[in-house]
Design a protein around this ligand. Structure first.
Ligand SMILES: Nc1ncnc2c1ncn2[C@@H]1O[C@H](COP(=O)(O)OP(=O)(O)O)[C@@H](O)[C@H]1O
Ligand SMILES: [Mg+2]
Length: 376
C-alpha cells in the first residue's frame, strides 16, 4: 500500500475516570475501506468521532494527507458521515436532505438541485426525491443518508453501524452497494460495526478492537485464517474449544502436537489449555477405537455440520464438511477426528470446563493423566 491517507496515532481518551481508548493506532490508505470490529462499548464510535472531530483525544494525533488535523473543527474536515439510522431531517424531502450541505456552502439553486438529483440516482432512488423520510423504508432512508454524506465530495467517508437497524435482506443489498460506491468513488472509508460478516465482506482490512485497543488489523482472509489471539479467534468465526496438554511452545490435541500461535499469551509451562479450532479445519474418518461418536448432523446448504462427542472433551466438537461427503456419515457412527493444521491459537481453560473435564475423566476412570497419554 502507498502512503496512508489517514493516520490515528497513539490516541488516548477518557470519559471521567474510565479509559475508553488506550494507545489506539491505525491507518487508512487512499480509497481503502477499513472496518473497526469489536464488542459493544469497546470504543469504536469514539474512535470514529475523534476522526470526525466530534470528540477530541486526550493525547495522540489525527492526520489526513500528512497534515495534523487533531485540533481542526469538524466542519473544516471535509468528511461525510452516516450514522445508524434516523439521522435525516424529518421535515425535509429526500432531495432537500441531500442538498442541505450544498445550501450551507452556498452552492447555487440550479447546480444544487442537479447535484442532489445525480446523487439520488447514484444511490438508486431517482424517483423518490419528493418523499419525506417517514415515507421511505429504513433502507431507503440510509441510501439518502449516504447520498447526503457524499454530497460535498468528502475526502473521507465515516460509517457508524450504518446497516444495524435494517433487516437482513436489505442489509445484505445495501452492504454490497455501499462497497461498490466506495470503490467507484475511490474514497477512504472508516466503517464501524459489531457485525463480523459485515466487516469481513466489506472491508479491505479489518481492525478488531477490544477494550480501547486494536488487537489485530489485517485483511479479512488473514484475520479469519490466522488469528493471533484467543480473543480474535473467538470473536471472528466459529471455534471449537478442544482441551489438550500444554508442552513447551506446543499443545497436544487429537493425537498430534501443534505449535501454539499465541504462546506468549498463555501459560505454556504446564497444565491443560483449550485449543481453538475452526470446524472446517477438522475432518473425520472411520474409527479405530470407540472414543468419538457422531451425535448429530445439520445440513447447512453446501456444507454440513457434524457434532461429535468425545469421552475426553466437554460438550461436542463441530466439524464442517461438504454436504456431499457428509452424506456418507451416519449419526451414531464412531469416527476418528483429525486436525488439518499444525498451528493453533490457545485459550486458558475456564473453571467450568476444568470441572467438566474432571467429571468426564472420573466417569471414564481415566483421570487427566490417562487423558494425556491418549493424546486426544
Ligand atoms: N460522551 C460520553 N460520555 C461518557 N462516556 C461515554 C461517552 N461516549 C462513550 N462513552 C463510553 O465509552 C465507552 C465506549 O463507547 P463507544 O465508543 O460508543 O463504544 P462502541 O461504539 O464500541 O460500542 C462506553 O463504555 C461508553 O459508555
Ligand atoms: Mg458505537
Amino acid at each position: 500500500m502507498s502512503e496512508p491517507n489517514i493516520a490515528l496515532k497513539q490516541i488516548h481518551k477518557h470519559f471521567g475516570d474510565r479509559q475508553v481508548l488506550n494507545n489506539l493506532d491505525f491507518t487508512i490508505g487512499h480509497a481503502e475501506l477499513v472496518a473497526l470490529l469489536g464488542p459493544s462499548g469497546c470504543g469504536k464510535s469514539t474512535t470514529l468521532k475523534i476522526l470526525a472531530g466530534l470528540e477530541s483525544p486526550d493525547a495522540g494525533r489525527v492526520e489526513v494527507g500528512g497534515k495534523d488535523i487533531t485540533n481542526l473543527a469538524t466542519r473544516k474536515r471535509n468528511m461525510g458521515i452516516v450514522f445508524q439510522a434516523y439521522s435525516l431531517f424529518p421535515h425535509m424531502t429526500a432531495l432537500d436532505n441531500i442538498a442541505y450541505g450544498l445550501k450551507i456552502r452556498k452552492v447555487k439553486g440550479a447546480t444544487r438541485r442537479k447535484r442532489a438529483e445525480d446523487l439520488l440516482e447514484l444511490v438508486g432512488l431517482g424517483s423518490h426525491g419528493d418523499k419525506f423520510p417517514a415515507q421511505l423504508s429504513g433502507g431507503q432512508q440510509q441510501r439518502v443518508a449516504l447520498a447526503r454524506a457524499l454530497s460535498l465530495e468528502p475526502e473521507v467517508l465515516l460509517l457508524d453501524e450504518p446497516l444495524s437497524a435494517l433487516d437482513a435482506q436489505v442489509r445484505g443489498q445495501l452492504r454490497d452497494e455501499i462497497r461498490r460506491l466506495q470503490l467507484s468513488q475511490g474514497i477512504s472509508t472508516l466503517l464501524v460495526t459489531h457485525d463480523q460478516e459485515e466487516a469481513l465482506v466489506m472491508a479491505d482490512r479489518v481492525g478488531v478492537m477490544n477494550e480501547g485497543k486494536i488487537v489485530q488489523i489485517s485483511s479479512p482472509e488473514e484475520l479469519y485464517q490466522q488469528p493471533q489471539s484467543a480473543f480474535v479467534s473467538q470473536f471472528v468465526g466459529v471455534t471449537n474449544r478442544i482441551p489438550g496438554q500444554m508442552r513447551r511452545g506446543g499443545i497436544e490435541i487429537l493425537g498430534r502436537v501443534c505449535s501454539v500461535v499465541n504462546s506468549d499469551e498463555v501459560d505454556s509451562n504446564k497444565g491443560i489449555g483449550m485449543a481453538l479450532v475452526r470446524p472446517e479445519d477438522l475432518d473425520v474418518c472411520p474409527a479405530t477405537d470407540g472414543d468419538m461418536k457422531v451425535m448429530g448432523k445439520q445440513l447447512r446448504g453446501t456444507f454440513s455440520a457434524l457434532h461429535v462427542a468425545s469421552t475426553r472433551t466437554p460438550g461436542t466438537i463441530r466439524i464442517d464438511m461438504p454436504t456431499r461427503r457428509a452424506q456418507n456419515i451416519a449419526v451414531g457412527e464412531f469416527v476418528d477426528v483429525h486436525l488439518s493444521r499444525s498451528e493453533v491459537v490457545v485459550d486458558a481453560i475456564r473453571p467450568e470446563e476444568l470441572r467438566e473435564l474432571d467429571a468426564l475423566a472420573s466417569t471414564k476412570n481415566t483421570g487427566l493423566s490417562g487423558y494425556n497419554k491418549a493424546g486426544v
